[in-house]
Write a protein that binds this ligand. Structure first.
Ligand code: THU
Length: 160
């Protein structure tokens, strides 16, 4: 039997240690939490997508009384960015979550469905998507969405 081991490099840093451009993207994600519609969970998530021409598109989670009809902040953001700017690659996304009166101390990491959508964004633009997961205590960053979803299902899976 064979096996292989996958390694994932995750950068860990604090807000103060981050670059000005990352600070700006995180602040946009934090601002986006204010528009979240989260009456059921009380978990207000914001995301900010950086496009290759420098534009930033914000989004947030939108819940629904029929729970599965709601959508996470990351997918609202990426779908909005791609709908408005279909030829403008998304190069980074920052995520932040506000809960119980404060931003979470631990990094807000995307759910599996959002990771799947992030890998599609990488594939459609053929560019890595940096994912920046904000927490008050520490920030995690990966250089590519695929780092968060190894062995993912993509369009090659449909043809091979
Ligand atoms: N949520 C997001 O928007 N993004 C995440 O990364 C994790 C979870 C939302 C979904 C739901 O509205 C609420 O947070 C609680 O799960």
């Amino acid at each position: 039997m064979e096996s292989f081991v996958l390694n994932t490099k995750i950068l860990v840093y604090t807000f103060d240690e981050s670059s000005d451009s990352i600070k700006k993207l995180i602040n946009e994600a934090k601002l986006a939490t204010k528009g979240a519609y989260a009456p059921y969970s009380g978990f207000h998530v914001g995301a900010a997508a950086l496009l290759s021409d420098g534009k930033i598109v914000r989004g947030n989670n939108q819940e629904n009384a029929a729970y599965p009809s709601g959508l996470c902040a990351e997918r609202v953001t990426l779908f909005a960015a791609n709908a408005e700017q279909p030829d403008n690659p998304v190069t980074a996304i920052a995520i932040a979550a506000f809960h119980d009166g404060e931003f979470t101390e631990v990094p807000c990491c995307p759910c599996g469905s959002c990771r799947q959508v992030m890998t599609e964004v990488e594939n459609r633009f053929d560019k890595p998507l940096r994912v920046i997961m904000y927490g008050k205590n520490k920030i995690y960053e990966v250089g590519s969405a695929k780092d968060l979803l190894p062995l993912s299902f993509g369009k090659e899976s449909l043809t091979e």
